[in-house]
Ligand binder design. Sequence first.
Ligand code: FE
Length: 230
Amino acid sequence: MTDPRLTRRGSLVRLGGFLATAIGAAGLKVETSDGAGPAAVASGAVSRVLTPEQTEGPYYIANEALRRNITEGRPGIPLLLRAFVVNASTCRPIKSAAVDVWHADAGGVYSGFGSGAASRTFMRGIQRTNAKGLALFRTVYPGWYRGRTVHIHVKVHLGGNVVHTGQLYFPDTVTDAVYRNKPYSSRPNRDVRNASDSIFRNGGSKSLMSVKKNGSGMYVATIMMGVHRS
Ligand code: FE
């Protein structure tokens, strides 16, 4: 990508007033005292704290909207994404981090690219973490596209920096169950599962979400992302 809007620095510049305000005001004193804490890290009770960096891939678009519901009415099985951001050194929640997500729609299409080119916004959005380090998104279970296992891309912005770029994964058995339903069932035979995905195999198991179906048929996906501050 040579478009300067898509460079890392460009994305920060263009994230807009809300981030300048939020991060500027929050400054560096954004941690709260709850969470597992440094003792848990020291004792070894908490492991796998640092979430691995994984490529952002070719489909990132900077400066997306601050919004919880990123579906724009597109079809799919409802998914609530619960992304926690914690300090990888202390395990404490990080407040006011900007969590930036993007993923393919149920048909495996990214907004801004290919058959999704008419829109640059569906299945993309930003939320800030609360005092518990939690950012919530309402979306749909992503579809698959050729050559990749199902995933959600994520960036975490903190204090004017991108402190994490990664990908979040789903248990294959859950994906199999979801994909038996419309509209996913019209595209059977996804070609790559987690174990055979070249990016997942490079540390992706640490970004495997806990995914559960709730009583109303919505899937709830939870991940804890441990990040360094710079
Ligand atoms: Fe992707």
